[in-house]
Design a protein around this ligand. Structure first.
Ligand code: C2E
Ligand code: MG
Ligand code: MG
Ligand code: MG
Length: 285
């Protein structure tokens, strides 16, 4: 009983500590959004067959004045819990679309086709989200098809309101991608209920793909490729780190890919250089 009580006290203290740490980080994130401490990097998405850059995924970065670089894996969950993801996400959407418009103005509309933007479920639950997207598209002059909104399977399963929002966006011509595909629940039934355009195979299925050691993951990767073909969707493989993985995935039917092997997330200027460059003949056949 004594020790039970002691561990409860420890638990309570820990919780209080976590809550203040969380509250502090949320407060700082609020200042970061207003104070311009956020940046976007862009990771190229390549057509694995032609070697052309098809588009780029916007990935947010936080340069904290004293803590230094804070990973999105740490602050996105805080932003989601506190609701700050709504203004943060609004900034990301507008900045990413403006960047694509600048690239298209500088390099021609054919130089790069799409910008991928991650959108959290909290944003999709906001009643004004569709209007926000429409306003950004009209202000930046992008075609709706230039925008690919990345959502997770759990977002799609959130409920009828979110599904309606996604359907409306799709009807407007905005494209929808299911991110981290294969890691969530009920993937297959979702695909029938929801107008998805792109499936992004999660990196965890790409990791062991070249050595073939993990037959379970290999089977998922192959099944997803088949599904994409039957449903006439686009397949993107995430987290390609080697030439052997690239070849294996392309042979399986993955037309598009992202990963450190081709390019890391880059500042806009460096991404533009890759866009302007000739197609990556470097991709081995
Ligand atoms: P995600 O959307 O699945 O993005 C892919 C992550 O994999 C990125 O991590 C990217 O840098 C990393 N990655 C890409 N290729 C490779 C590779 O070859 N090897 C390895 N080891 N990693 C690779 P990042 O930028 O740290 O972002 C982590 C997650 O944070 C994202 O996962 C996304 O869920 C979230 N996130 C990032 N930016 C935003 C945003 O603007 N809004 C929202 N809601 N979430 C965001
Ligand atoms: Mg993503
Ligand atoms: Mg992903
Ligand atoms: Mg991921």
């Amino acid at each position: 009983k004594e020790s039970g009580k002691a561990s409860w006290v420890r638990f309570e203290a820990r919780m209080r500590h976590d809550m203040t740490a969380h509250a502090r980080l949320a407060g700082e994130l609020h200042d970061a959004i207003l104070g311009g401490q956020l940046r976007l990097l862009y990771q190229p998405v390549y057509d694995l067959v032609t070697g052309r850059m098809h588009g780029a995924e916007a990935l947010v970065r936080w340069q904290h004045p004293s803590r230094g670089f804070v990973s999105p894996a740490d602050f996105i969950p805080v932003a989601e819990k506190s609701g700050l993801i709504v203004p943060l996400g609004a900034w990301v959407l507008r900045e990413a679309c403006s960047q694509l418009a600048r690239w298209q103005a500088a390099l021609g509309a054919d130089a790069v086709e799409a910008i991928n933007v991650n959108v959290a479920v909290r944003q999709l639950r906001e009643t004004g989200f569709v209007d926000e997207v429409a306003a950004v598209l009209s202000d930046t002059g992008l075609c709706p098809a230039n925008l690919i909104i990345e959502v997770t399977e759990s977002s799609v399963a959130d409920g009828p309101q979110v599904t309606d929002t996604l359907r409306t966006l799709h009807d407007m011509g905005v494209r929808l991608a299911l991110d981290d595909f294969g890691t969530g629940q009920s993937s297959l039934s979702l695909l029938r209920a929801f107008p998805v355009d792109v499936l992004k195979l999660d990196k965890s299925f790409v990791d062991g793909i070249a050595d073939g050691a993990d037959r379970g993951r290999l089977a998922v990767a192959a099944a997803v490729a088949q599904l994409v073909e039957y449903l006439q969707l686009k397949a993107v493989a995430e987290g390609i780190e080697s030439e052997a993985q690239l070849i294996r995935l392309r042979d399986m039917g993955y037309r598009y890919g992202q990963g450190y092997f081709m390019a890391r997330p880059l500042p806009p200027g460096e991404c533009a250089e890759l866009m302007a460059a000739a197609p990556q003949a470097a991709f081995p056949h």
